[in-house]
Each structure stands twice: as structure tokens, then as C-alpha cells.
Ligand binder design. Structure first.
Ligand code: ADP
Ligand code: MG
Length: 253
């Protein structure tokens, strides 16, 4: 059985008389230890899907089983407990608390767990060392670069040792070099620590770090073959448009 099983998973909102369906009857299996990149245009439902898998949001239809638990049916309280045990979330803009130091930001999720002060300290140290930010304990977010802030945010996401890590455009605000460093770090979490990763990205280069990529369009998954056919069509269309221009250039040469 897959770690994450989505069956006809649906999320819909009512807006007056209209219904918006960011996610429409989506079927998806994610095995334990997978590293999945989710791509697709803006508004295609990527964040909606991540939020459902992370237990931040609840579906309006279909089933969502994670590690055997039917998380769509948990009460708000049980869902919050489940989330803090099982999921680490990484955001595009880091979402660090500005008035807390790097250390305190990483420690935050542990305050929901019953641990001694010593255990907590050890966990924070380990997470910060793992992401290579142990020398920045006392820095505030504003004193860190974007890449460093994202490392702190990753340490915060892994400090509770969750099975699943979801990342919503984790490199979307970073320069190319920092983005690659973050992707190498996420790859290590997957390969060395066995974390199951689901990452939304717009960047095809970042997606190559994942074990597989899926594309969403209008709340539905698009098959690889279908996508290839559409890309081929697009490129035929753009070549057809470019043709007259090329001929003009030829005539001028
Ligand atoms: N709380 C909400 N109420 C109404 N519509 C929403 C809500 N959240 C998201 N949507 C709509 O769902 C669609 C998908 O959004 P989202 O999952 O954020 O897309 P993506 O992350 O792929 O850009 C968008 O059209 C968005 O406007
Ligand atoms: Mg989004």
C-alpha cells in the first residue's frame, strides 16, 4: 500500500452561485521514500493539493489515506496532532517568525511535543547541523540571506522527524546558486533520511532533482504522454508563427 493514497480527491469552494473546484477527482499514489515534483501553471491546484496532503486543509470529496489513516475524517484536534507528528512544511517565503532567533524558530514545532529541555536542545542542534546553519543560532531572520532563511525553515520542518515533507516552491525566491544548494539539501533528506518529499516547483531544473514529476492543470493530473503531445503541438504552433519571419530574414540575407 502506498504511503499517500488520493482517490477522486476533490476540493471545491462555493462562491455565491458559482463553484470553484481547485482539485477535481484526483487519483494519486505516493510511495514511502518517493520524491515527487509537482508542476503546472499558476492556479492549477498545486498548493491546494499540498495543503490537503499536509492536513492543513480538508477535502470536500473523495478519499485521502496517509499511512493507513483516513485523514479526511479526523476531527480538527486529531488532525492537528497528526500533522505535527507526520508532516513538515517548507514555504516559498520561509515563514520564519521575525522576532525569534534561528534557534527559536527551529525549536517552535517541538513545543507541541512532550520532550525534556535537553532532548529538545539536542533535536534542534541536530537539525541545524544537518542543514549547515549551526553557526547562526542567535541570528534573527532579517540578519540571514534568503538561502540561509530557507535552511532554517528546512531545519524547522525536519526537527520533529516527520515522515513526509511538503515544499511549496521552496526555491521560488532564491538565486540560481542558492536554489541548487537547497535542492541538494532536499535530495539528501530524501536519499539519506528516507523522507517522502512532495515539492511544487516552476523550475524544470529543480524538478530534475526529484525521482519523478507530475503536472497539474485545472485541478487534474496531466499524463506524461498527453503533456508531451501538447508541448509538441505548442512548438509546432510557435514554429508556424516563426516561419514567415524566417523567410523574411532569408530574403533579406
Ligand atoms: N480559499 C479559497 N477560496 C476560493 N478559491 C480558492 C481558495 N483557495 C484556492 N482557491 C482557488 O483554487 C485555484 C487553485 O489554487 P492553488 O491551489 O493555490 O493553485 P496553485 O498553487 O497551482 O497556483 C485557484 O483558482 C484559486 O483561486
Ligand atoms: Mg501555489
Amino acid at each position: 500500500m502506498a504511503l499517500i493514497e488520493c482517490r477522486r480527491l476533490t476540493k471545491a469552494y462555493k462562491k455565491g452561485d458559482a463553484v470553484i473546484t481547485p482539485l477535481h477527482e484526483l487519483d494519486l499514489d505516493v510511495e514511502a521514500g518517493d520524491f515527487l515534483a509537482l508542476m503546472g501553471p499558476s492556479g492549477s491546484g498545486k498548493t491546494t493539493l499540498l495543503n490537503l496532503i499536509a492536513g492543513i486543509d480538508t477535502p470536500t470529496g473523495g478519499q485521502l489515506r496517509i499511512g493507513g489513516a483516513d485523514i479526511a475524517t479526523l476531527s480538527r484536534g486529531r488532525l492537528a496532532d497528526w500533522r505535527s507528528e507526520n508532516v513538515g512544511y517548507i514555504f516559498q517565503l520561509y515563514n520564519l517568525v521575525p522576532v525569534l532567533t534561528a534557534y527559536e524558530n527551529v525549536e517552535l514545532p517541538l513545543l507541541l511535543h512532550k520532550l525534556s529541555g535537553k532532548e529538545r536542545h539536542e533535536r534542534v542542534q541536530t537539525a541545524m547541523q544537518l542543514v549547515g546553519i549551526a553557526d547562526r543560532h542567535d541570528h534573527y531572520p532579517r540578519q540571514l540571506s534568503g538561502g540561509q532563511e530557507q535552511r532554517v525553515a528546512i531545519a524547522r520542518a525536519i526537527v520533529t522527524d516527520p515522515r513526509i515533507i511538503v515544499a511549496d516552491e521552496p526555491t521560488g525566491d532564491l538565486d540560481a546558486e542558492s536554489a541548487i544548494a537547497i535542492m541538494n539539501l532536499l535530495t539528501r533528506l530524501n536519499k539519506e533520511l528516507g523522507k517522502t518529499l512532495i515539492m511544487v516547483t516552476h523550475d524544470a531544473k529543480c524538478a530534475t532533482f526529484a525521482r519523478r514529476s507530475l503536472h497539474l492543470e485545472k485541478g487534474r493530473l496531466v499524463e506524461a504522454g498527453e503533456l508531451a503531445e501538447r508541448r509538441a503541438e505548442e512548438s509546432r504552433a510557435s514554429r508556424a508563427q516563426a516561419q514567415p519571419h524566417a523567410q523574411t530574414q532569408g530574403a533579406l540575407a
